[in-house]
Ligand binder design. Sequence first.
Ligand code: 3HC
Length: 702
Amino acid sequence: MNESPVVRLEKDGEIGVIIVNYPPVNALGSGVSDGIIDALNRANADPAIKAMVLMGEGRSFIAGADIRGFGTGRKRPPLGQRTYDVLDASPKPVVAAIHGYALGGGLENALACHYRIAVPSAKVGLPEVLIGILPGGGGTQRLPRVVGAQAALELITSGRHVPAPEAAGLGIIDEVLPANANLRAAAVAYARKIADIRPLPRVRDRNVTAEPAVFDAVRKSIARKARNQKAPYSCIAAVEAACTLPFDEGIRRESELFAELENADEAKALRYAFFAEREVAKLPDLPPDIKPCNFAAPAVVGAGTMGGGIAMAFADFGYDVKIMDAAQDALDRGMERIRANYATSVKRGSLAEDERLRRLGRIHPVAGYDDISDCDVVIEAVFERMDVKKPVFEKLDQVLKPDAFLFSNTSALDMDELAAVTKRPERVAGTHFFSPANVMKLLEVVRPSKASPETLMTAMALGRRIGKISAMAGNTDGFVANRSRAPFNSEMVILLEEGCLPEQVDKVMVDFGYPMGPFAVGDLAGLDVGAEGRKRRALANPNYRKLPIADKLVEMGRYGQKTGAGWYRYEKGDRTPHPDPEVAAIIRSVAAGMGVPQRTFTDTEILHRLLFSSVNEACRILEEGKAYRASDIDVMWLHGFGFPRYRGGLMYWADGIGVKSVYAQIAAWHQQYGDRWAPSRLLRELAETGTPFREAKPAPFA
Ligand code: 3HC
């Protein structure tokens, strides 16, 4: 048999080195598993080889099964004939030598090896739950036998990546090499050292037990997060099998549970989200040879809530960052808020005290423009009004080096107008962070017409370097995320005019999978915030659909949690929203004043009224060329608005209903409610041709 093109067997003296080479991440794709089996068989048959090393070429060990093959009717080898089984049956020891990532099937293969060593930067994990499945290559049976049921449950239900030193502490890795070690040389030396040890240490031969209460406790602890999902519970059931059944029976149980999940809607949506998140990084109309610039000296201007959050995001990812506010008291308050935020994280146990000090030490408050003149990238985060931002931009343009990038954290303002006040419009872009900026994963990069490709690439890369998912948006009012969300925000208040209550709408959306209902979120963000935007839009557009109920609450000083009352009422010192009869009375009285007939609503009608309005607007965004792909809008909804990930995203979800049905309903509401429900041209065309939303061809980016 010819050697596999993706797995080769080399000899280093009496050690066989099996190298997987399937870029970019050595997923167990086409021929990789067969190649490993073939190499193992040849090494075992070669009397000159005493032990083997399994390693990956390029940036990783093995990142897991090839997710692209899932849902395509792929055939897995039967139980007993998988790489894991061949590793178990190997009469010679195999050492997994890990760098980069050993994830999913990658770690499962490593666990079936007899020894595991790793470089300190390596990460291991079983992230299958994040794509709606469970570790189906023996991971649910082997990992508990190595780390115990409790730790295995935590790792498998969270899917988190575990750094090699921690993995060594748990017993997953036998030896972490020094930072500068040559992995291959060290692995070969290790293999020589253990070559003659018998019996071979096999994970499958170990035992694990746990009290049933352990599993019940985990089921309880994940209940909120895992709402509406099956995979996390199947993961627990499989680990339970490891603790109650002999190894081979446990493997059979794991396989059955895996088969139930692989092609379920949950797994399909999560796979879609995984690839959408990778696609969103691609800017297809920019020259492919343009690279982002490196930056070393970032600054944030404006020490308010957003500015402070952005500075924290830089510090959290290792950057020294200056935070500047011309008003000393605002700067002091901003730093105080940052300190309080970090202190809260320590109190909650999500941040170690020494790390808190390190992060705080990276944030340098300064009060003058001259103090940031040496910075190479500046994010302006002052108050969200053009007349406030323009003078700041002018000043920054004067003091910064000519090649420094100037980004604005804005959620809606015209970036062309702002860029025009500088002499460097080609180095200006919008960077719209979501609140809290150090927590929320989405960074919307807004593209003004004069921004150079290098500027756009740099803004996108900046987001990734501070742990964000960057998504490109056109320069349109509200950009892509908030513009697509705006009709939802109006519709939820209009529903109140017609007879709904905030708590009813919130319940529907929480049941759908949102962590909080939209009215409760409004109270958290502050109702005064949205009121500003409504005023601006009403001034600009005489046909703007006013929201008298929302305006009334703001007029009454009901700003949300911060005033103890908004859509709900709040007890002092408690954030629990309580339905408020006073709000119900206001709603009824405003509705009566408007003469709107009252009626009842089904949950589905509420859900569709909110989400279809946004689907229609998203289509308009695509037809105007303000976003590259429908899937980019999905990524924005997942990471900007808490849309349930296991539903894929707004447009993916709408595809599940069907483009023709969505169109028919929107057309009916157009008849009933008038222009705000006018179907977009793209929606109509997609419905006519039966093209799914996610295959929509947007206009060229404008
Ligand atoms: N299958 C197919 N393609 C994969 C892949 C996988 N498991 N993992 C990564 N890729 C692709 C990505 O789609 C991307 O392709 P593109 O360049 O065409 O967009 C490319 O590899 C690089 O990926 P990233 O951009 O994500 O690279 P990073 O360096 O940022 O991250 C990573 C690397 C941490 C490995 C990340 O890609 C990742 O988390 N991958 C998924 C890991 C995973 O879920 N493994 C479990 C698979 S399921 C399994 O093993 C089942 C088993 O139990 C039976």
